[in-house]
Design a protein around this ligand. Structure first.
Ligand code: CP
Ligand code: NVA
Length: 336
């Protein structure tokens, strides 16, 4: 049966079935190839998408704007100070207003409950562009990147995620791996593992998909045989600067270095990172942390980040192709 996602929300990975997730990734691959061959067909002419950002973004915002432009749709971006939502107007009222003007709404902010409330009241598809709990559009790009850099089916791919695993990237990586039947490993201090409800959700999915789920504090055990090693920043958007001391103390052994990649025993291992990354002193925050703690890099060494094993810029580009697939899949079939 053909997969039809017309009118659907994408608030977290488990909103879609494994077939639907794979359909979005396959569609992104086709749209990417079509664009490269100069034969992309705009399917969203006249459509409008509201982009609501309560937290900063480079990739997600640009991916939505560029994908929409390629497909003939228009976007309006409301930045953190750019709307009344939540301050002078309730989320519910804002949702109903945006739904009257736009064909879809993207939201990035802290609380998952806000994107869910938008979805409940907007009457149009709502997409989660990152909350503290989930980062589902990132997962589409990560999986597309894995399929491009591995000849094996996803169900036999092993992905080890190292670092801060108790928020969006850790949760989403675990649940996505479980949904797609992968060998997914969370390698982190126990205090930074995904919360029990997320692990239970992943284990439930794994029971039907055949995924292998590992949570371990042991880096050597966690990365052995991995095809992909990934990580994320140790202090996320919205967290206070004083979180660095505790995170550095906990996560220093989980930084992705050449030694960690060697411990996979896989000379074809690839490195993933959703970005932005603290691999050098090229950003103000990295320099502040360096001044205080003397570290040249945090979650990934510059050597790994800049190596041939690193596919992070393919992954960043794939944000655009996969978000385009999401827009096409959910909006192309809707009447204008
Ligand atoms: N990976 C990601 O979501 O990047 P941005 O924060 O730049 O959107
Ligand atoms: N965990 C990170 C992901 C950034 C894309 C954050 O929330 O800041």
């Amino acid at each position: 049966m053909a997969t039809d996602l017309t009118g659907r929300h994408f608030l977290q990975e488990a909103d879609v079935t494994a077939d639907e997730f794979r359909h979005l990734v396959d569609l992104a691959g086709r749209l990417k190839a079509d664009r490269a061959a100069g034969r992309e067909e705009p399917l969203l002419c006249g459509r409008t998408v509201a982009l609501v950002f309560e937290k900063a973004s480079t990739r997600t915002r640009c991916a939505f704007e560029v994908a929409a432009a390629h497909q003939g749709a228009a976007t309006t971006c409301l930045d953190p100070a750019g709307s009344h939502m939540g301050r002078k107007e309730s989320v519910r009222d804002t949702a109903r207003v945006l739904g009257r003007m736009f064909d879809a709404v993207e939201f990035r902010g802290a609380d998952q409950s806000v994107v869910e409330e938008l979805a409940e009241h907007a009457g149009v598809p709502v997409y989660n562009g990152l909350t503290d709990d989930w980062h589902p559009t990132q997962m589409l790009a990560d999986v597309l990147t894995m399929t491009e850099h591995s000849a094996r089916p996803l169900a036999s791919v092993a992905h080890a995620y190292l670092g801060d695993a108790r928020n969006n990237m850790g949760n989403s990586t675990l649940v996505t791996g479980a949904l797609l039947g992968m060998d997914v490993r969370i390698v982190a201090p126990r205090s930074l593992w995904p919360r029990e409800a997320v692990v239970a959700r992943a284990r439930d999915l794994a029971a039907t998909t055949g995924a292998r789920i590992t949570l371990t504090e042991d880096v050597a055990e966690g990365v052995r045989g991995a095809d992909f090693v990934s990580t994320d920043v140790w202090v996320s958007l919205g967290e206070p600067a004083d979180a660095w001391a505790e995170r550095i103390a906990l996560l220093r052994p989980y930084a992705v270095t050449e030694e960690v990649l060697r411990a996979t025993g896989n000379d074809r291992v690839r490195f993933l990172h959703c970005l932005p990354a603290f691999h050098d002193l090229g950003s103000a925050v990295a320099r502040e942390v360096h001044e205080q703690y003397g570290l040249e890099y945090l979650e990934v060494s510059d050597e790994v980040f800049e190596s041939e094993r690193s596919v992070v810029f393919d992954q960043a580009e794939n944000r655009m192709h996969t978000i385009k697939a999401l827009l096409v899949a959910t909006l192309a079939g809707r009447p204008c």
